[in-house]
Design a protein around this ligand. Structure first.
Ligand SMILES: [Zn+2]
Length: 159
């Protein structure tokens, strides 16, 4: 049975590290497959749109996203193209809470569309072309793998 994992909170140095890639052998291991399911469970229990492995204290390049009623696992994701067009929307993060323990939201500028290559849960190469909310989630989660939080990108003066 998948289990809910503890989510680490900002400030924490694990959220600020560059995470390492996962190899095929590791992807195929039962431990890793179990971790994917635990990450999915954790994201859903917390009502998150996405979760990156550093948030559960693992500095590996693994993301889980819930979009359009589907779970997508992205392993070693690389954003390969970004639209010139950007947009500003509010974002929040399961690892960034206020002193009452509530998620805070703030405006962040992101590319409207991105393409991303990654390995799926079976280790097969995939490519996704995303726009709007999904593009935003991918950019937010890939940032986590590079030690970047959305609070680093808050837009001070809304255009
Ligand atoms: Zn986040």
């Amino acid at each position: 049975m998948p289990k809910q994992l503890p989510i680490i909170l900002h400030p924490n140095s694990l959220l600020r590290q560059k995470s390492v890639e996962v190899d095929l052998e590791m992807i195929k291991s039962p431990e890793f497959q179990g971790l994917l399911l635990d990450m999915e469970e954790t994201m859903k229990k917390k009502d998150g749109a996405g979760l990156a492995a550093p948030q559960i204290a693992k500095n590996i390049r693994v993301i889980v996203i819930f979009h359009d009623e589907k779970t997508i696992f992205l392993i070693n994701p690389k954003i390969t193209s970004k639209s010139w067009a950007r947009e500003i929307e509010e974002e929040g993060c399961l690892s960034v809470l206020n002193d009452k323990g509530e998620i805070i939201y703030a405006p962040v500028e992101r590319h409207k569309k991105v393409s991303c290559v990654y390995l799926d849960a079976q280790g097969a190469k995939q490519k996704i072309r995303a726009e709007k909310i999904l593009a935003r989630i991918i950019q937010h989660e890939v940032d986590h793998l590079d030690g970047i939080l959305f609070i680093d990108r808050i837009v001070k003066n809304k255009k």
